[in-house]
Design a protein. Structure first.
Length: 287
């Protein structure tokens, strides 16, 4: 037996002949190599199974946040299947497992798994008397991501500090990703769990953010996804508020066109009447 340091959502761990710790992922039974990050799809499946069975540890006063959590279908490799369903409702996802189409019936076709090439992690720290040192902050998060999650530093596009917001850009297209490289979607999932105190690592409470030996409290973390192809959401997926704004704008445009047409017509009649009166005056003078 061995301990899977990088994933506590496993069972039946054993050491193979090469000294690697291999375990079975909860919920799927897929084999997990504990020397690297486990795929997000397998982690989500294990989280759903854990919440159903009560195996998952819950801190005091915790309440369930199911936003974005579903029981995914995974390939043998651990990747998300392009088409995901919940009963008779189906949708297409990207490589991060995030829905990128409207929800349809089971006849929906998802021809390929569209790659997420850019992940934006936006955090907000608690109010402070003085701003953080931007260079120290960049070094902390760069070192943490490369060492803790084994992500090659070339995939960290930037770490930007705009008090009180911290933004980390991870970029990795399919041609850049080499065999053995961890995926930025998996890194973002591990990272988000860490900063929320829900670490996936064995016996680990998560990341303690400390800049220049001073603890920093993070109040909010949001993750945005950019795919190599734009998502396919229709008007039906827009909120009523957005639709209302669009309708108001369209009505205003139509009203402006009607006013313009009426104005041009009146002006045209006036010009024609003026020409007609001038012709009659000329004929009177000639007579």
């Amino acid at each position: 037996a061995c301990v899977c340091e990088k994933n506590k959502r496993v069972t039946d761990c054993r050491t193979d002949i090469n000294g690697r710790c291999l375990c079975q992922a909860i919920g799927s039974g897929a084999t997990v190599d504990c020397s690297t990050l486990t795929s997000k799809c397998l982690l989500m499946k294990a989280e759903v199974m854990g919440s159903k069975s009560g195996r998952r540890e819950k801190p005091k006063d915790a309440f369930e946040d199911t936003d974005g959590l579903y029981d995914p279908e995974c390939e043998n490799s651990g990747a998300f299947k392009a088409k995901q369903c919940n009963g008779t409702t189906c949708w297409c996802v990207n490589t991060a497992g995030v829905r990128r189409t409207d929800k349809h019936d089971a006849d929906l076709k998802c021809n390929e798994l569209v790659r997420t090439i850019w992940i934006i992690i936006e955090m907000k720290h608690a109010e402070r008397d003085a701003p953080l040192n931007a260079e120290s902050l960049k070094k902390f998060f760069t070192d943490t991501i490369t060492s803790r999650y084994q992500l090659d530093g070339r995939y960290i596009a930037s770490v930007l500090y705009e008090n009180p917001y911290i933004t980390i850009d991870l970029k990795q297209n399919s041609s850049q990703k080499l065999i053995g490289d961890v995926d930025i979607a998996d890194v973002a999932y591990y990272f988000e769990k860490d900063v929320k105190g829900q670490s996936i690592f064995h016996n680990d409470a998560g990341i303690n953010v400390s800049i220049d030996n001073e603890p920093v409290k993070l109040e909010k973390t949001v993750v945005y996804y950019v795919d190599e192809r734009a998502p396919e959401f229709s008007m039906k997926s827009l909120t009523p508020g957005v639709i209302a704004v669009i309708v108001v704008v369209l009505v205003a445009i139509v009203a402006a066109i009607v006013v313009l047409v009426l104005t041009r017509r009146r002006k045209g009649k006036y010009v024609k009447a003026e020409v007609k009166e001038m012709n009659e005056m000329h004929r009177g003078l000639n007579a």
